[in-house]
Design a protein around this ligand. Structure first.
Ligand code: CTP
Length: 420
């Protein structure tokens, strides 16, 4: 670490450093060295005009990676996809007025600007230009657009400019840019002090000692929520049906098999919890009289039937017993997604429901990705496109956090007992 850097670590973080055509491009060399000293792995992407100020070789030697400038370089993979996919953050320093305009408008005629359309990670821009340009309404508008989309803008500093004038346009100091990067990459701890009960996976309802009724749930969504909540500071208990997933580190895991066991495990911990997120796919029916011995086929005709009985609706029962817990449920649907999800939200007395069309290609059971619509009790909907389950987990936690804050500020009705 460089002396004086006391921010969160950048060790092992993958950073794409975008350099555009400003006289301040030479300062990106110092920034690159600082990021490397902080332990980051840095890939530099230059615009053509940046190469007029500093040679790519300088960045190449220092970063230890080839420098990318073009979209279509011979024998190279699709860098506009691969670089942002691996990146923890994209930092553009210096960012010219032209670069900001193209980023705001979504123009993509070179590698750097195209990457901005595929990136999911935080974007930090450090503009540098002449003072008059920084104050121009067009630049102000583009900066406003970028900020409204979550881009972190490190404002330029006031001082003497390359033009000889004094004004605001000098690239922010290396320390200031570093702090912005560290802040963007620091883990959020917004669930600290919360106790979250998460359920995951399927249940298995025995027919006999070797057979059972179950469903296709892999448990991935519930595990992703448990891991995301823990990473954000919550104490988490994960009650899980049988899955093939590794036990998440630092999370108390309670393994169950049947809906009845899951009911008991969750009910026993309801009073402890401040939030319940029910991602498990609980069997709605179980064999009424599971056989004590393996059912033999000999002497049995075709057309055998198994008598089934209803299991407890765990979510409705937790909701009916709750005191102040925020309760989040899922709706796994194959048709009329929103209507069915709204019915479940009301019938089960939930604060939030994650409506999940399990027929969407690439989403749902077993997949690492999922798409969902979040619906709260006031009917507000958040449509979330196909994304990794971990990202969806964070989006669910963001919405739940907003609901808790609204409740704390007294703007929302107190929880009501739900159930049927
Ligand atoms: N759930 C539950 N107990 C059950 C069944 C479901 O707690 N016995 C929970 C699920 O964990 C989920 C929500 O209720 O959070 C909705 O589950 P889903 O399977 O979508 O709906 P069901 O209520 O089972 O209704 P249906 O199967 O008729 O769609």
């Amino acid at each position: 670490m460089i002396s004086g850097s006391i921010g969160p670590t950048l060790i092992g973080k993958q950073i794409v450093l975008g350099v555009t055509g400003s006289i301040a491009a030479y300062k990106a060399v110092a920034l690159l060295r600082t990021l490397l000293r902080e332990g980051a792995i840095v890939h530099v992407v230059m615009t053509q005009s940046a190469t007029k100020f500093v040679t790519p070789l300088t960045f190449e030697v220092l970063s230890g990676h080839p420098i990318s400038t073009e979209m279509f370089e011979a024998h190279q993979e699709m860098k506009h996809l691969s670089l942002p996919e691996q990146a923890d953050a994209i930092v553009i320093a210096p960012a010219t007025a032209n670069c900001l305009a193209r980023a705001a408008l979504g123009l993509c005629d070179d590698l750097l600007s195209t990457m901005l359309l595929t990136a999911q990670c935080p974007l930090i821009v450090a503009p540098a230009m002449d003072g008059g340009m920084w104050d121009h309404p067009s630049v102000r508008e583009h900066i406003g657009t970028l900020r409204s989309r979550g881009t972190i803008v490190v404002n330029p500093e006031i001082g003497s400019l390359a033009s000889g004038r004094i004004g605001q346009g000098r690239l922010a100091g290396e320390g200031t840019i570093l702090e912005a990067i560290q802040a963007a990459l620091a883990p959020r701890r917004d669930w600290q002090g919360h106790r979250i009960l998460v359920s995951a996976g399927p249940t298995q309802e025995p027919i006999d000692p070797v057979r059972f009724i179950s469903n296709r749930s892999s448990g991935k969504m519930g595990y992703a929520i448990a891991e995301a909540a823990q990473a954000r500071g919550a104490q988490v208990v994960l009650v899980t049906g049988p899955t093939a997933l590794p036990t998440p580190k630092g999370i108390e895991v309670v393994s169950v098999v049947t809906a009845e066991e899951m009911t008991k495990a969750l009910s026993a911990r309801l009073a402890w919890s401040t939030t319940v997120i029910m991602a498990a796919a609980v069997a709605d029916f179980r064999p009424s009289h599971p056989a004590m011995q393996k059912i033999k086929k000999q002497g049995r005709a075709a057309g055998q039937t198994i008598d089934l009985e209803r299991t407890t609706d765990i979510l409705a029962s937790l909701s009916a017993q709750r005191t102040t817990q925020l309760i989040v449920g899922f709706a796994a649907e194959t048709s009329d997604l929103i209507a069915h999800a709204k019915e479940k939200l009301t019938a089960k007395g939930l604060d939030l429901i994650v409506a999940n069309d399990v027929t969407t290609e690439g989403a749902g059971f077993g997949s690492d990705q999922n798409a969902a619509t979040l619906i709260d009790r006031q009917g507000a909907m958040t449509v979330l496109p196909l994304m990794p389950k971990r990202a969806l987990a964070d989006a669910i936690l963001n919405r739940a956090q907003e609901l808790l804050r609204t409740r704390q500020s007294g703007q929302a009705p107190k929880p009501v007992a739900g159930g049927r």
